[in-house]
Structures are given as structure tokens and as C-alpha cells.
Design a protein around this ligand. Structure first.
Ligand code: PEP
Ligand code: MG
Length: 582
């Protein structure tokens, strides 16, 4: 049994069989075989082995011919490895004596060898482990042949383990069969982490190197509450997890009762709690948790999910589904935030290469350079807005000129619809995200030109502290409690209050219960959050007075280190709602 720690990004605990993505983007269908099938399975292993030997020999010949003998020798080493009688004996033993399927036996034996090489302390040998993985992959490919199962066509439940998952890979995962996932890299507000929250499946990211310790088909526990994964758990551990899962369920059932109650502080101040969504289906999650509307609809996921560019009708249909589910309640549709890590992989890629995509042509900048793409979306929003209380929001605004340009295009699109006699909503509120420090600093100027602000702390933190939100190596710097972030939020709240411009926080900071007293104390009254957390946030709101929250904020703002702010806030939350602090 091996325990690895990472960052918990979506709660819940799940036990299941591992599917390793990247090294074998297919799953090992069976881990064991019946005793009477053993001879046939060993024969099947030998056929695969023979084919792999032929394939490697052919690679060796070609490489030697085209590149020179020394290149051919790389494959000669692979050939020697697969022909090693001790290796063959070991795999045969696993099949015969442990009834492992040839796929599972091959993966386990070779991964164990690779791990030993990685740990010998020699850089050269550690790098050679890649050759062992390569051989594993070849053997698995031959063993699985036609029976290989792609990630998008799973037929049985799995836990996905990967070095990294892009938001589009995550968006395309089978929601029925992926029970949870864990990745070696990724930070708490990476889009992959956000997607896990949206799918409401347990997930842990930023685990560091662990893929060489696990084989496809191994039993694994993903603990999205405490941020750990357990490989090959013993029976005692599995029982303990079942027990704590039961306790968690009881706790969540109690919170479920809060659904119908309003988010009102003890002294009667109403706090608006809205949901963040990526897919129209999530409206059910929001309604089930008592969200008062949608504060952030990340529409770019429409692009990440489809194998073609969405049409105006695709946009329109998706928006109508959300608006219909929230009759009489606000729905904030954010225009496309494509680029950087949210890059569609499956259709015409409109994104130019950039050496620093996070600072490059992403989000509103990309929309303003691709007006046909932008206008298709704006038309759909204006048309759908006749169906409910829709507001439009522009992401990543960094200058007044950019905001004015975006508003001008919106006016052009309205004029086109008017001329074409198509029904649309003319006066919908226009807001912007504050997620670039420049926008926070100019909040007063912006407040005169927008109907609302929504603070995107996920990006605001990465741009203020120059720490990539997905990179665990700088996760120590990436902190919502950093005094610089609190000051920027304070500036936006002050501008909002001076110009009567409502402010929401829709970054992950407001989905973390410990920040609620601080944010309320600073004057925030609107939160837009990951739907599953709504009951916990209501619990915090209902246990505090505004005066108490103001005292917490006043003290937190005197602290000069992020870690002091966060530990102070954790302590305050423990006093208010002990159940919510692990
Ligand atoms: C943010 O940056 O805080 C935000 C809500 O937008 P996204 O996470 O989609 O970048
Ligand atoms: Mg953002």
C-alpha cells in the first residue's frame, strides 16, 4: 500500500480500478483470469511477445539504415529487454500463480522494474526507465489489440490517473464511468480542478510523480477530502474509508436541509449565493443546492466539448437550457474565455502560437481579434436574453479601451439583429470580470462604464503574484490570503460602493468557507461559487453577524503574510462552524 499526497480539489472518496492516461490511453479490461484459462492466456502473452520482438527488430533495422548503427542499437537494447528469460519467467509466474491477466502482469512487472531503475540514484539509469515504459506500452498495445478501450468509450467505471489533463480532455470524459481522477501536476484553481468540481467527482491534483508506482487495473482510493491517493489499499484502510465516507454523507445530509433556507446572517443581512457552471447540465446541481441564479457561466466549455466549432444555434440552445432552468433568477453569461490553457483541440484552432499563453492572446483579446467568432456568440446571447434575466460579462478586461470595444461590438450585433428583424433583448446589463491587477487599480474608472463587477480571483492571484495557477511548484506563492490580493479586492469593493456597481466574487476564493467571514467583513454581499459548496457557505453565513465579519476582516487586513491570514481565518471558521474544518 502506498499513500501519496496532493491538493484536494473536489470532495468525496472513491475506490476503484486505475486507468492510466498518457502511458496507455486505454484501460486494462481485466486484472485476473480464471484458472482454466491460464494456459491460453500464457500462449496469448507469447504471441504478443513474438510480435513485439518482430516490431522492435524492424525498428532497429530501419533506424540503423537511415540514421546509423548507434541509433539502431537503442532498439537492440529494447529487444534484449523483452527477450530476457528472467523477465518472461516473472510475467509467466504472475499469470500462472497469481491468475493475473497478461496485460496486468506485464504492466506490473515492467513498472516495478522501471521504478527500481528510477530509484537507483543514477540520473542515467533513471532516464532509461523511459525505455522500460516504452516496452510496456508496446506489449500492452499488442495484447489488447482490437479490444483496446479509449477514454471516451469506457464501458466500466474507472479512476483516471494522469500526468496532466487538459480542460478539453476533462470535458470529454465519460461522466458515467469516470468515478474520480488524480493528476501529477495542477494547482487548486487550474481549469482541470474546476472541471472536477463541476462534474462533482472526487479529485486530487498536484500529487507529484506517482504514475510509475501504479499499473492500469490496480485498486486505488482517491480521497478528494484530504487530498491523498492510496495505491493498493489493504482491507483495513478500505474499511476505514468506507466508514469516514458514511460520516461525511450524514454531515452532507444535515447541510442538505439548508437548501430551502436563505443565506442570511444572524443580524438579517441577505447574501446572494449564485452558482458557477461550465455545462448546461449543471443547472440541476445548482437548483439542488438552492443557488439563487448563475453568477458565472463559462461558455468556452461549449468549444472544449464539441468536435466542431459551435454554431449560433448551438450557443442559443445551450443558453436557453440554462435560462429556462432559472426563470426569474439572474444568469450571467460570460463571453468566451478561450486561449491559454483553455484551448480547443478538436476543431480549427484559431489560436496562434504564443511563448507565454497566459499573457498572450486569450479571452476577450482573442474575441476582439476574431470578430466572426465573437459575433456568433453575442448574437446568441442577445437572442436568448429575451427568455429571462440575462446579463453579459466580458472576461480578462485589462483596459478601458478593450471594454469600450467589446461594448461597441455588442451594439453592432444588436443593430444587425434589429435590421434582420430578429427578436432580441436590447438593454441587458453589461459587466466585466476583474481578474487583471490593472482592472482592479482602475476600478473607479471602470465602475462608471459597467453595470456590475465580478472578481475572478483565480486569475487575479496568478497575475498579481506572478504564479501560474496550475503549477504546483509555485503553489506556495499562489494564495488568496495574500495581503496584496486583499487590497485589490478592497479597491474594487470601494469603487463598487462609490458608484453603486454591484460586486461579486466568482473565483474559487469565494468557494472556500474560511474566506467568507473576511469577504463579508470587507463588504461583499454576492458570491458565485462551485455548486456543491453552497450548503457549507450558507452554514457559515447563517452563523455570523456582519459586525463579527467586520472584526475578522479588520484583523486579517493587519497581517502581512498570506499564511498568517489563512491560518487566522481557519481558526475563526473553526470557532464559527467546527464541523466545516477538517
Ligand atoms: C477567475 O479567473 O477567477 C475566473 C472565475 O475565471 P476562470 O477560472 O474561468 O479563469
Ligand atoms: Mg479567469
Amino acid at each position: 500500500m502506498l499513500i501519496k499526497r496532493g491538493i484536494a480539489v473536489s470532495p468525496g472518496v472513491v475506490t476503484g480500478t486505475a486507468l492510466l492516461l498518457g502511458s496507455e490511453d486505454f484501460r486494462i479490461p481485466r486484472t485476473v483470469v480464471s484458472v482454466d484459462a491460464i494456459d491460453t492466456e500464457i500462449a496469448r502473452f507469447h504471441v504478443a511477445l513474438e510480435n513485439v520482438c518482430k516490431e522492435i527488430a524492424e525498428n532497429q533495422r530501419q533506424a540503423a539504415e537511415e540514421l546509423g548503427k548507434e541509433y539502431g542499437d537503442i532498439f537492440a537494447a529494447h529487444l534484449a529487454m523483452v527477450r530476457d528469460p528472467k523477465l518472461i519467467e516473472e510475467i509467466e509466474f504472475s499469470i500462472r500463480d497469481r491468475c493475473f491477466s497478461p496485460e496486468f502482469a506485464t504492466s506490473r512487472v515492467l513498472r516495478h522494474k522501471a521504478k527500481v531503475m528510477q530509484n537507483l540514484g543514477s540520473h542515467y539509469l533513471a532516464e532509461r526507465a523511459a525505455d522500460v515504459f516504452d516496452v510496456e506500452k508496446r506489449l500492452l498495445r499488442h495484447l489488447l489489440g482490437e479490444r483496446r478501450e479509449e477514454l471516451t468509450q469506457l464501458t466500466a467505471p474507472v479512476l483516471v490517473l494522469a500526468h496532466n489533463l487538459t480542460p478539453s480532455e476533462t470535458a470529454n470524459m465519460s461522466r458515467e464511468f469516470v468515478l474520480g481522477f488524480a493528476t501529477e501536476v495542477g494547482g487548486p484553481t487550474s481549469h482541470t480542478a474546476i472541471m472536477a468540481g463541476a462534474l462533482e467527482i472526487p479529485a486530487v491534483v498536484g500529487v507529484g510523480d506517482f504514475l510509475s508506482d501504479v499499473s492500469g487495473g490496480d485498486v486505488v482510493i482517491i480521497d478528494g477530502n484530504d487530498g491523498q491517493i492510496i495505491i493498493d489499499p489493504d482491507e483495513k484502510t478500505q474499511a476505514a474509508f468506507r466508514d469516514s465516507e458514511q460520516k461525511l454523507r450524514t454531515f452532507l445530509e444535515r447541510l442538505e436541509g439548508l437548501k430551502e433556507l436563505s443565506a442570511e446572517t444572524q443580524d438579517g443581512c441577505q447574501i446572494q449565493i449564485l452558482g458557477n457552471i461550465e455545462f448546461p447540465e449543471e443547472v440541476d446541481h445548482c437548483n439542488a443546492r438552492g443557488a439563487e441564479g448563475i453568477g458565472l457561466y463559462r461558455t468556452e466549455f461549449l468549444y472544449l466539448e464539441k468536435d466542431r466549432e459551435p454554431t449560433e444555434d448551438d450557443h442559443f440552445d445551450a443558453y436557453c437550457r440554462v435560462i429556462n432552468a432559472f426563470q426569474g433568477r439572474p444568469v450571467v453569461i460570460r463571453t468566451l474565455d478561450l486561449g491559454a490553457d483553455k484551448v480547443p483541440t478538436t476543431f480549427r484552432n484559431p489560436l496562434p502560437e504564443s511563448s507565454n499563453p497566459m499573457l498572450g492572446l486569450r479571452s476577450i483579446r482573442l474575441s476582439l481579434r476574431n470578430l466572426d467568432l465573437f459575433k456568433v456568440q453575442l448574437r446568441a446571447i442577445l437572442r436568448a436574453a429575451t427568455r429571462g434575466d440575462v446579463r453579459i460579462m466580458f472576461p480578462l478586461i485589462s483596459s478601458l479601451l478593450e471594454l469600450r470595444q467589446a461594448k461597441m461590438i455588442l451594439a453592432d450585433v444588436a443593430e444587425d439583429l434589429e435590421e434582420q428583424g430578429i427578436e432580441f433583448q436590447r438593454d441587458l446589463p453589461v459587466g466585466m470580470m476583474v481578474e487583471v491587477p490593472a482592472a482592479a487599480m482602475l476600478a473607479e474608472e471602470f465602475a462608471r462604464e459597467v453595470d456590475f463587477f465580478s472578481i475572478g480571483t483565480n486569475d487575479l492571484i496568478q497575475y498579481t503574484l506572478a504564479a501560474d495557477r496550475s503549477d504546483p511548484a509555485v503553489a506556495n506563492l499562489y494564495s488568496p490570503g495574500d495581503p496584496s490580493i486583499l487590497r485589490l479586492i478592497r479597491m474594487v469593493l470601494a469603487a463598487g460602493s462609490a458608484y453603486d456597481t454591484p460586486v461579486t466574487v466568482c473565483g474559487q476564493m469565494s468557494s472556500d468557507p474560511k474566506f467568507i467571514p473576511l469577504l463579508l467583513g470587507m463588504g461583499l454581499r454576492n458570491l458565485s461559487v462551485t455548486p456543491y459548496i453552497i450548503p457549507e457557505l450558507k452554514e457559515v453565513v447563517r452563523n455570523i453577524t456582519i459586525a463579527q465579519a467586520e472584526a475578522v476582516a479588520a484583523h486579517a487586513l493587519t497581517l502581512d503574510l498570506a499564511r498568517d491570514v489563512e491560518s487566522y481565518l481557519r481558526g475563526e471558521l473553526r470557532k464559527l462552524c467546527p464541523d466545516l474544518v477538517p
